[in-house]
Every structure is written in C-alpha cells, then in structure tokens.
Write a protein that binds this ligand. Sequence first.
Ligand SMILES: *Cc1c(COP(=O)(O)O)cnc(C)c1O
Length: 450
Amino acid sequence: MSRNNQWMQRDLAVLWHPCTQMKDHETLPLVPIRKGQGIWLEDFDGKRYLDAVSSWWTNIFGHCNPRINERIKQQLDELEHVILGGFSHAPVIELSERLVQLTPKGLDKVFYADNGSSGIEVTLKMSHHYWQNMGQPKKKRFVTISNGYHGETLATLAVGDVALYTQTYKALLMDCIKVPSPDCYHRPEGVSWEAHSRTRFEYMRQTLEENHQEVAAVILEPLLQGAGGMRMYHPIYLTLLREACDYYGVHLILDEIATGFGRTGSMFACEQAGITPDFMILSKALTGGYLPMAAILTSNQVYDAFYDDYDTLRAFLHSHTYTGNPLACAAALATLDIFAEDKVIEKNQLLASKMGEATEHLKDHPYVGEVRQTGMVLAIEMVKDKATKTPFAWQERRGLQVYKHAMQQGALLRPLGNVVYFLPPYIITPEQISWLAKVATEGIDLATQG
Ligand SMILES: *Cc1c(COP(=O)(O)O)cnc(C)c1O
C-alpha cells in the first residue's frame, strides 16, 4: 500500500472532514499532505500540487515562508499565549497599531476573535449593542444581500444566503432582510458592471427607506461574493451604500475576510469605493494563512458608546479564550512586513493581467458563461447553455471533474459548483499562471463533454 493510502486509512477511521460528504472518499482519494513549500504542497507519495486556491484563500505568501516562520519561532521562545483580559503583550499592540494605520481613516479600535465566523458574530453583537447603548433598542435587524456568505455558525448563516449551507438549519436562524445582490453575472446584454450595480442599488435604498428605524446594520462582502460562486460587482454599489447608511442612520459592516490583504487588487476592497465602513472584519490572509485569527475594526464613535462606569452595564463582555494569541499576531506582523517590503500590491497588477490573458480564450468556450476577474481572483463559470447562461444541474458535479483532472496534473483547483476559479498565492509566477490556465482549460473541456 502506498504511504498516501496508509495515512488515508488511518484518517478515515477517526476523522470527519469539513465541507465533505464523507462517502465521497470511497471513490475520491483523500490527499494527505506531508509538506508545503512555497506554492507547492507535497503528498506522502512525493507528488506535488500547485495550491491555486491558497488553501481556502488564506495563504498569500506561500507555505513555510521563511520570513513568517522565523517571526513565529522568535515569538514562540518569548511568549506563546497570555489571557488578554486585563493583560496585554507587544505583538497584539503592534499589530493593532499597524491595522489602524493601514485601514481607511476612521477605523480606530481593534477587537480580536479567533476565526472569521466568530469575528462576524462579534460585529453583529457590537452593532446591536451599540444601538441599545444609544437608547434605540428598536434598531436590531440586519439587512444583507442575496447570495452572501459570512461563515457557518448560526448567526453568520442567518446573515448569509448560500442555500447549500443555510437551508437545513433554517429553523434555527434569526430573521434578516435580504435584498437582491448587485452581482453582475446576470446583467442584461450591453449593460456595464457599473450601470448594473447602480440599478440594483435601488432595492437597497428602498429597503433602508422602509425599514431603517428597525435596522442596526447592513452587512455584505465588498466587491466579491466568494463562497457564493466568486460573483462580483462594481464599487459604485458600496459608495452609494455608504451614503445611504449615513442618511438613514444604519451601520455599514464590511466582511473583508476574503477580500482583505490585496485580493481584489487594492489592500482592502472598500478602498476602491473610497469609503470607510463602521465595522471591518479581517481574517483568512491576516496571518498569511498560518494561524486562525480575526480582527474587527471599528470607530472611536462606536467604542465610546460602550465606555462608561462599570455599573451602567454598557461594556462589551464578549470573550474568546484565544483572543489576540501572540503567535497569530506574530504571523500577522510578518505578513504585514512582507506587504511593506515587497511592494506586493503593485507587483500583483502584473500577475492579475497575466491571469486575464491566460484565460482570455475561455470566453469563447461553448460551455463557459462568463470569465470574470477582480484583482487576484479569476472565475470561470461553466454553463449548459451559453446564450441563456442556463447552469448545469448541480447533481452532475461538473466542477468535481475539473478538480479530479487538475489533481492528476498536479494542481489544486477546487471549484465551487460549476465555477472554476484561481485565487492563488501572490508568489505565483507568470509561467505557473499559464500552466494553470492550460490545466483548467483541459479540465473544463473534459467536464463539459456530454
Ligand atoms: C471564510 C469566510 C468567512 C468565515 O470565516 P471562518 O474562519 O471560516 O469562520 C466569513 N466571511 C467570508 C467572506 C469568508 O470568505
């Protein structure tokens, strides 16, 4: 038996994997990874895979990056963890200073959680609590856009809208107001992204006008609806939304968990709309893909609404055990150093145009409905009928066929349903992009036959 196989057997005897129908592994081999180096992952039989999805969108500077490794090792010999209630430490202070400095003006305070979903939960509670502290307890509902994704705990599922994840748990979810998304995939022929997203804003404006007295916040993913199938929209929507939230007295929460740290072409997606949200949540690439952590940034104005004598009970008493873990902070600091030293955002422009060029030919593919891109994310939507954009039935699992082909070739592509996407680490080379496009094209050819 191969070494991969041995590890697989041991795994399947005791593990239950995320986002997986475990029965699939009767026929689809699980891949035990022995080591990671740069963009490559290597299994126990010595086969290598190019990590084109950045290990679930987290790893931006490669596996076992020497600079991040070194920083964590140094931190490990100083302080591995300390309670953050009543105590503090250098990495968490430095990181908070740098995040405040790096994010748009008006985000002044940082709160930490230990994963993306928890970061969203913190934010929903903070917004809700803010309005109570301000004597407006009626403002307690959340407005979201369709096809959004904010995590998979119960409150994050409630503000999300990807049926595959939410439907089963519907009875457990709080009631939210959902507005049609500004997603540009189904825009009418000849209409620009900007015009489409602007038109779609009317639903949002109307909803806020009618409901603002009971709305605490609008929450959405800026520019890119990731788990919803890498759907994209124009920054104008966010610009208009900021104005409307100010006008109607509603918080704007931007979930930058997937978009933050350069993914959409700017350091943060909201920069492209020239706005500052009331709350911004960061996670995923925050630690370079090393350790779980989320940062919630908000304004002094929000912070001040909680600042009072203890017995007023206005404090935000939310706590996660590993809040502000020093090792995670060290990984994040090393990640920010790389951004500062290597001019990453500028260099990514070349890689982004390379991704566009390498996949240009797929626009004419008979079973591709759209090739779309925002910065360092490129998505190819396979369809049954190109003219009407009728999707393939999900039961056919066409994306899985692309996955299998890519794995054979040594590339980790993990389509979302019928959407094949590249979301690579920023250390990818132009040659690797060309090769990836070739593998994806073959995979799409195979998957769309018959
Ligand atoms: C991944 C993701 C989350 C959830 O983060 P977890 O760490 O998996 O809980 C929330 N929002 C967005 C936009 C994400 O992409």
